[in-house]
Design a protein around this ligand. Structure first.
Ligand code: HEM
Length: 297
């Protein structure tokens, strides 16, 4: 009887993944899952199933639809910030910065849609299409692996918390009005710092948890030594991967809105390395002050 309940849970879990028959839990995994659940696991399968089936899919859907909807409203009600393009241009992103960033961009343009297809695998009919997306998801992760470490180190020194961050959060970055009042921020503001930490440290954790789910059948002595069965580890990986995935998705959409729509022309800085002086003066006022002190503007 117990065996059938576990079987049912596993089937339900697979369906809940959306990746269902396809992506994450291959058919060959079923006997393993049964074995682990009967013997060594912490028997947390039911909680895992509830999370996957009841919460994750609707939250992902909410993020995919809700975040762009909020930004559309922001664009229509408040509108984009427009800065003069006639003043000096300030060099902020080196060629190296831009190449590393471009690799991450290509990686995410592939990783995010394919991840969503896996999450909603059953809606996409499962099968070959979802399986192909799973492979693209894994291959494009290799591109992200190449970019994530250089990205972490090239911007780290400006991403540490500062008092400006608190002030920036209190006024919500100044995005709720179009007044050109100087916003407290250094080279990067609190919102950019959040994205940076999530994309780098969070991204690394996503790579590890994703690899655990992709390779599935591996043995880690450290897990066994600590009484953690492989199925528990895979479940924990799936949960961490999904929760971080929601946050990455939300901030990725925010990042695109900010760089492409909310600040007119901001995207150019990642193409040619230069920001408009007025943009720096208003949106990165502490950085601008430093540049002035150093007589660079
Ligand atoms: C289509 C996708 C993307 C676009 C259009 C884009 C655009 C930009 C732009 C214009 C900037 C400079 C913003 C400024 O300082 O005013 C920037 C910065 C940055 N980007 Fe991206 N980006 C994209 C994807 C990514 C991805 C996938 C990652 C990381 C995995 C990433 C990480 C960063 C970080 C950490 C910064 C510096 C902090 C910040 O400005 O938020 N970006 N991006």
């Amino acid at each position: 009887m117990k065996k059938y309940i576990v079987l049912l849970l596993v089937a339900f879990t697979s369906l809940a993944f959306g990746a269902s028959d396809s992506a994450i839990w291959g058919k060959e995994m079923l006997p393993n899952i049964l074995g682990y659940d009967q013997k060594e696991s912490l028997h947390l399968g039911q909680y895992f199933t509830i999370l996957q089936s009841t919460y994750f899919k609707p939250i992902f859907l909410g993020v995919v639809l809700g975040v762009p909807a909020v930004f559309l409203l922001h664009y229509l009600v408040i509108g984009p910030m427009v800065f003069s393009h006639d003043r000096k241009k300030i060099y902020v992103f080196t060629v190296f910065n831009r190449i590393v960033h471009a690799i991450a961009v290509i990686a995410f343009i592939l990783i995010i849609p394919t991840g969503l297809v896996m999450m909603f695998g059953s809606t996409f009919g499962g099968g070959e299409f979802v399986r192909t997306c799973k492979e693209i998801h894994a291959i494009s992760t290799l591109l992200f692996i190449i970019s994530v470490v250089p990205m972490l180190f090239m911007w780290l020194r400006w991403m540490l918390p500062s008092f400006d961050d608190l002030k920036w959060m209190i006024i919500m970055g100044g995005y709720l009005s179009k007044d050109k009042k100087p916003v407290p921020a250094g080279r990067f503001n609190a919102g950019q710092k959040m994205w940076f930490w999530l994309a780098t440290l969070g991204g690394m954790l996503m790579i590890l948890t994703g690899a655990a789910m992709y390779f599935q059948d591996f043995k880690l002595e450290i897990l066994a030594a600590n009484g953690i069965s492989q199925i528990d580890f895979l479940r924990a990986s799936a949960i961490v991967h999904n929760i971080l995935g929601m946050a990455v998705l939300a901030l990725f959409l925010t990042h695109i809105y900010m760089s492409v729509f909310a600040i007119k022309g901001a995207i150019h800085s990642m193409i040619n390395g230069y920001k408009e002086e007025e943009e720096v003066e208003i949106l990165h006022s502490s950085f601008y002050k430093e540049l002035k002190e150093d007589k660079k503007v």
